[in-house]
Design a protein around this ligand. Structure first.
Ligand code: SF4
Ligand code: SF4
Length: 320
């Protein structure tokens, strides 16, 4: 029986590689008190900003078996979007993950194919639940437990040879598969480049983030208008922020590059604030539909563009 599970696990790994996943691992849903404590500390210390959804569904975070009865295995996967992009210094910027198609349907589609393959490979009926940001799983914790990566000082999962430009997904399975028996070593060592380069001090200490100061949170998650301080903090970022990943040696040395499903939308790379501020509802839809930027809507994108235009004007004035 154990041998059959090992064979199945190895066949699943092969199928995942064929589908383009950079990493896959298995873990059993045992309690994770440390990970849960780190999460609740973030809420209690109000480092989650105004993301009130994070305060909800705590029982499921603590116990993923509430998401699927008879849960035996959490399959964690990572897929790379590490494509090359020319330097965009002093230009309005959109984070790399948002210059391509929205990853949710892409990752879900691949996980559906993987689950279908697992059902064929397994010799008995099984049930699987696919999640791509759609459940309250502590997904980095499960990915670490599955042995596919290690969280760096920038709080992101670093996968060997693939870095951190990754999308994560999971399949919850009602069948036992052999869990990973190892945890990867710490990837950061004495490096602290991400902490040094974060322009807002959002990385308050290694591995600890104050989301309310993070440009990604301010430009993507925050729904209201900016305070003057927040508007200044976003610098030249129109949507998201990649600074703590750009400086990371793990990304600079990554040999696994973007899955071909993620095709760069060139027209968005050097988009100007003027262009964004002139968009109508229909031209916004035409330009951004199908990308992560579309989700925040035109009002918030224009809010970001106004702040970036002002910040660039000020920094160009200072340079003269
Ligand atoms: S995404 Fe940007 S603002 Fe947020 S922690 Fe990283 S460098 Fe700092
Ligand atoms: S920049 Fe350095 S410290 Fe930060 S996550 Fe990468 S390796 Fe770790």
């Amino acid at each position: 029986m154990a041998e059959a599970s090992t064979d199945l696990a190895s066949l699943i790994r092969k199928e995942a590689a064929r589908l383009g996943f950079a990493a896959i691992g298995f873990s059993s849903p045992t309690p994770q008190p440390l990970a849960l404590q780190r999460f609740t500390d973030m809420i209690e210390e109000k480092r989650h900003g105004e993301m009130s959804y994070m305060e909800k569904r705590m029982e499921e975070r603590a116990n993923p078996s509430l998401l699927l009865s008879c849960l035996h295995t959490i399959i964690s996967v990572a897929i790379s979007y590490n494509y090359s992009l020319a330097s965009r210094e002093s230009l309005p910027k959109i984070s790399k993950y948002a210059l391509i198609e929205d990853y949710h349907p892409v990752v879900r589609g691949k996980l559906e194919k993987l689950l279908a393959a697992i059902k064929i490979l397994a010799s008995e009926p099984l049930t699987g639940l696919i999640t791509v940001d759609s459940s309250p799983l502590l997904e980095k914790n499960w990915a670490e437990k599955a042995g596919i990566g290690k969280t760096g000082k920038n709080t992101l999962l670093q996968v060997p040879s693939a870095g951190s430009y990754l999308f994560l997904g999971e399949i919850l399975l009602d069948r036992a598969l052999p869990s990973s028996k190892f945890t990867l070593p710490n990837v950061c060592g004495s490096c602290s480049k991400c902490l040094e380069h974060c322009p807002t001090g959002a990385l308050v200490e290694p591995g600890k983030i104050d989301a309310s100061k993070c440009i990604s949170y301010l430009t993507v998650e925050l729904k209201r208008e900016f305070t003057p301080e927040e508007a200044a903090m976003i610098g030249d970022w129109l949507f998201g922020c990649d600074l703590c990943q750009e400086v990371c040696p793990c990304n600079q040395q990554a040999s696994i590059t973007a899955d071909p499903s993620f095709v760069l939308r060139n027209e968005l790379v050097n988009i100007s604030t003027e262009k964004i501020l002139s968009l109508t509802k229909s031209s916004f839809r035409e330009l951004f539909y199908g990308t992560p930027v579309f989700r925040i809507g035109l009002r918030r994108l224009k809010r970001n563009a106004r702040a970036v235009a002002e910040n660039l004007k000020k920094s160009q004035g200072l340079k003269r």
